[in-house]
Design a protein around this ligand. Structure first.
Ligand SMILES: Cc1ncc(C[n+]2csc(CCOP(=O)(O)OP(=O)(O)O)c2C)c(N)n1
Ligand SMILES: [Mg+2]
Length: 740
């Protein structure tokens, strides 16, 4: 192991007075390191035993990775820096202050498991008081979040007022802590460097000089796949070496002294604001991938022995003996203490109370802020319809488009709440700020101009462009929101949301539930959605909202008119849950549904439908761009056949207004659900099933659906018309249902 070189300028007496250190580590720190590394290994051993005894249900070890974890924790600051570890980081978490007892609580799935309350597998770390943010099973999803976390730290340092508590919205429940020179640590395995999100994270951290330490713990395998198959050329350090602003280290990660030195240099680079650091630590994996894997199936004995010779725990023990830091008695004492402690912790953990089955619904959504409540039901404050000298209405009272009112709402909320920031593809006015300042250009502000003027008013650190990478947008935003910022990000077209799907399905909506309310990431994702564009074709017309309403933990809203868009967007921003805010492109500038500006506090609660027109003969349940088409059909039916249609605009899809549907269907006894997405497995299927289930005795006719064909949307307008539900299709279906 490495020792610090003696400074030749020091005299003999200096040397006597100055205790010997090892890359700055004192003898006592090395003893502490040994205790933690040994503890980590023994907790793994104990879990393996408990798993074999069927007292816990899963095991994955940190064996072989102990030295690098302890070194990182020693070089960084617990409760000050932020940590996005992965499952091999048991020793890191112990060194930061987590206890074996807490880890064993997760093993048994106890109610008091501080990481998840029995919801996640062991080694899925979350320790709120240690700034260890809830981790999951998908490899690599933590990396962009760590980048967003670092961005939040920097933002609060620059805008300290934004961190202040405020009543009346999500901020009341989101305490912000930040340090001017904090670091985000994120770790991952060698195999995980193959994930695209890894590269997206390096790209942003590099470009924005963010204080992130990326620690790749390279044990040479990803389950059974060796590193040369994962990584071109077999060495990740070589591939990433071109990223600007990084400090790079490639080290023997089984040597805590070497690793400590590397992390010290990495941390100094980050804290000085020079940019991120990359620590590539070569480690070993002596216990196979997990207890479900037997590496002897793909690794010969010779190779396994080579690894065993580098095992960090016996190596450090030998080092301590050789350096005379501890003698055999000292080692034995530590090991005996640790083993006794783990035995006691195991006995306690096995007795710990288990979670109550009824608790499963806790923390799917915020327990503190209810966006369906009356607090989010406010009246519009329209400007008085003053007339100007030439007899025209004043600008403020003029009807505005949905695009105008979304823009106005974003502006209002950014003025009101300094934690709100906006980013996405093309959302800035102009990334080259000097062009705006010198008034050389007007600025873009979104491909649909919805964010126009926000950069100019609020500055480039509150409204800025992202790289063309949707996972980057959602992953970073999730990390920012964990820290208390309120990102309102944009996905340019719904058709291109899929690169973010891992973040949207497995991360964002789960931050609160999987951490048993220790962490949360309330934020807003605005998405331009839908067809009826005449030429939008396959990749600019998709819907697909039911894919997202199927995700517990994610609120989904879909306004059909300008006023609702303003009111729902404000609720989305002020509430305490993640919200997918779907904006229909065709409705952005429609004449239908324009409204004057409703003032800076107008809100529409989630889960409250709007009766677009009351009626008695049948109920039509719809939302989005089908609303004006259904209205047109209903009015024609009334005119021509005296059929009275009750038209319900759901406005929010999760939660949805079951009471409004039930009340109406009990009155009309006939229900039609109309939606723009393709018919099968669509949003209407769930509504139809609920009506059939719960309102069966009130029905005089089958529950019907009108939707797009089970195809994608084609380019040629003749085809598009045939595919998407038209007013004529709705008219026919309503008439048939009325006549049934
Ligand atoms: C996105 C994703 N794909 C696949 C898996 C299954 N899986 C779990 S761990 C793992 C290998 C990870 O290897 P590496 O990144 O080298 O980390 P190590 O386990 O070797 O420390 C795989 C394939 C997963 N959890 N997530
Ligand atoms: Mg690996």
């Amino acid at each position: 192991m490495a020792t610090t070189k003696v400074d030749p300028k020091l005299s003999d007496s200096d040397l006597k007075r100055k205790p010997k250190t090892y890359q700055g580590l004192t003898s006592q720190q090395l003893i502490d390191a040994y205790r933690i590394m040994f503890t980590s290994r023994k907790v793994d051993d104990r879990e393996i035993l408990l798993k074999r005894q069927q007292k816990i249900f899963f095991q994955i070890s940190g064996a072989g990775h102990e030295a690098v974890g302890v070194a990182a924790a020693f070089a960084l600051k617990s409760r000050y820096d932020w940590f996005y570890p992965y499952y091999r980081d048991r020793a890191l978490c112990l060194a930061l202050g987590a206890t074996p007892y807490e880890m064993l609580l997760q093993g048994v799935g106890a109610a008091d498991d501080p990481s998840s309350g029995g919801r996640q597998m062991p080694s899925h770390w979350a320790f709120e008081s240690l700034n260890v943010v809830t981790q999951s099973s998908p490899t690599g999803t933590q990396i962009l979040q760590a980048v967003g976390c670092a961005e939040a730290g920097r933002y609060f340092a620059k805008h300290p007022n934004a961190a202040r508590k405020s009543d009346g919205d999500y901020r009341q429940f989101k305490d912000v802590q930040f340090q001017g020179d904090e670091i985000s640590y994120v770790s991952l395995g060698d195999g995980t460097t193959s994930e695209g999100e890894f590269w997206e994270a390096l790209n942003t951290a590099s470009n924005s000089r963010l204080p992130v330490i990326f620690c790749v713990q390279d044990n040479g395998y990803a389950i059974s796949v060796p590193v040369e198959v994962q990584t071109a050329g077999g060495n990740i350090s070589r591939l990433v070496s071109g990223f600007p602003n990084f400090h790079f280290e490639e080290i023997d990660g089984t040597d805590p002294v070497v690793a400590y030195g590397a992390f010290q240099r990495a941390a100094a680079h980050c804290r000085a604001g020079n940019g991120p650091a990359f620590v590539h630590a070569h480690v070993i994996r002596p216990y196979s991938h997990s207890l479900s894997d037997d590496e002897r199936l793909y690794r010969p004995e010779t190779e396994r022995q080579r690894d065993a010779d580098r095992d960090p725990v016996p190596r450090l023990q030998m080092f301590l003996l050789r350096e005379g830091i501890l003698d055999e008695k000292g080692i034995n004492k530590i090991e005996k203490d640790v083993e006794e402690q783990i035995q006691a912790d195991t006995d306690r953990a096995l007795e710990a109370a288990l979670p109550q089955p009824e608790s499963i619904y806790n923390f799917v959504y915020s327990p503190d802020v209810d966006p369906t409540s009356a607090a989010f039901d406010t009246h519009p404050a329209f400007a008085a319809p003053e007339t100007t000298a030439d007899g025209k209405r004043s600008a403020a009272s003029q009807p505005k488009t949905m695009a105008d009112l979304i823009n106005a709402t974003l502006r209002d909320e950014m003025r009101r709440d300094e934690r709100v920031l906006i980013f996405g593809e093309d959302v800035a006015d102009a990334s080259r700020e000097e062009y705006i300042k010198q008034k050389l250009v007007k600025g873009k502000g979104g491909v649909f101009k919805l964010t126009s003027g926000l950069q100019s008013e609020f500055g480039a650190d509150r409204a800025f462009n992202s790289p063309l990478a949707e996972a980057n947008i959602v992953g970073r935003a999730t990390g920012m929101a964990t820290r208390g910022l309120k990102p309102v990000v944009e996905i340019q077209f719904f058709d291109y949301i899929w690169p973010a799907m891992m973040q949207l399905r497995d991360e964002l909506p789960l931050m609160r539930w999987r951490s048993n309310n220790a962490f949360s990431s309330p934020l807003v994702i605005r998405v331009a959605i839908g067809g009826y564009l005449t030429g939008g074709a396959i990749y600019h017309s998709q819907c697909g909202e039911s894919i997202f309403t199927h995700i517990p933990g994610l609120r989904v809203v879909f306004p059909s008119n300008a006023l609702d868009a303003a009111g729902l967007l404000r609720t989305a921003i002020r509430c305490d849950d993640p919200v997918l805010f779907l904006e229909h492109k065709r409705l952005y500038r429609e004449t239908f549904g324009r409204a004057p500006y409703p003032g800076p506090d107008y809100m529409v609660p989630f889960g409250k439908a709007k009766i677009v027109q009351p009626g008695t003969n049948l109920t039509v349940i719809t939302y989005g761009a089908v609303v004006p088409r259904a209205l047109q059909a209903a009015q024609k039916l009334e005119r021509e056949h005296h059929v009275s249609v009750e038209l319900i605009d759901l406005r929010s899809l999760n939660p949805f207004d079951w009471d409004a549907i039930a009340t109406s269907v009990k009155k009309t006894n006939r229900a039609l659900i109309a939606y723009e997405d393709s018919l099968s497995w669509g949003y209407g299927a769930e509504i139809a099933a609920r009506i059939a289930d719960q309102l069966f005795h009130h029905l005089d006719a089958p529950v019907k659906r009108v939707a797009a064909t089970d195809t994608f949307v084609a380019y040629q307008p003749i085809l598009e018309n045939a595919i998407l539900p038209q007013a004529s299709d709705l008219f026919r279906a309503m008439k048939e249902l009325a006549e049934f």
